[in-house]
Design a protein around this ligand. Sequence first.
Ligand code: C2E
Ligand code: MG
Ligand code: MG
Ligand code: MG
Length: 284
Amino acid sequence: RAKSRGGSQYCVFSNDLAREHQNRIEVEKALGEAVERGEFVLALQPQLSLATGEVTGAEALLRWNHPRDGLRMPNSFIPIAEQTGIINEIGEWVIAEVATMLAEWQREGVSERLAFNISPRQVDRADFFANLRQTMAEHGVPLSMLELEFTETAAMECSAHVLAEIAEMRRGGAKVAIDDFGTGYSNIARLRSMPLDRVKLDPSLIADIETSEQARVVVQAVIQLIKGVGAEIVAEAVENVAQADILRAMGCDTVQGYVFARPMFEDEYLEWTRNSRRVNRSVA
Ligand code: C2E
Ligand code: MG
Ligand code: MG
Ligand code: MG
């Protein structure tokens, strides 16, 4: 009996695996078609200086305008895109779109920096950085308009060769940020030697700094550590003014969060930055 039960469990298990495998192939195909059909779009979320209130740049966040399901958020498809490798095609689209937008902004006199997310699968490709540089050159976009975001785990695990490429991008003027800091395992010695401009605190670190003394103590220590290695601090998913005030007092440089602005599509974003520049001029 035990054996037959084991046998049937094995069967269910392998059916699940087969179904999962099939599902993955279908999603991969759908994502590839989505790239070809131009169903992706970037949402832009402003970043503001806590000291001056000025917009310092934005992060580009991927959205999938699905013909049937409507707007799909990255957490629902990026993990599968990374598993299947189709993230490389999607990532190329993101880079081309960033280049197109920045070229247009430059013509219109907008010089804000644009940050975008890079998955570990992308940097594993030998020609990734050469292609990135070439795309920007073709659009006449200086590297100084870019900020490259790598997750903490990706940054800690990348090879010496990739680190050298990142350092080279930085010498060319690009900023380098570590994303989701506080969720991975940082090697402090490596953090010290990373080519690095900014560290983005993971939302889980700051979620309850208004209510928890312990959370404040931890965030203060993390900020001190990051400043100690010479990097700036960006707080992400800041949702209320109380959090922003605490972060400012703790020496955080930049905020990105619903309290100031949600991710917006390009036209709305440009309108928003135009207005915020006007507001800043009139207060100054
Ligand atoms: P991330 O890079 O850490 O991006 C920050 C996320 O926080 C975004 O979620 C943003 O919309 C959200 N957020 C911003 N302000 C607030 C706030 O005040 N409260 C809350 N609760 N959330 C806030 P989103 O757009 O859903 O993106 C999720 C993740 O998907 C990103 O996290 C990033 O890891 C990944 N992702 C997005 N675009 C790309 C891309 O082009 N390529 C790759 N490889 N990954 C991407
Ligand atoms: Mg456009
Ligand atoms: Mg990011
Ligand atoms: Mg993040």
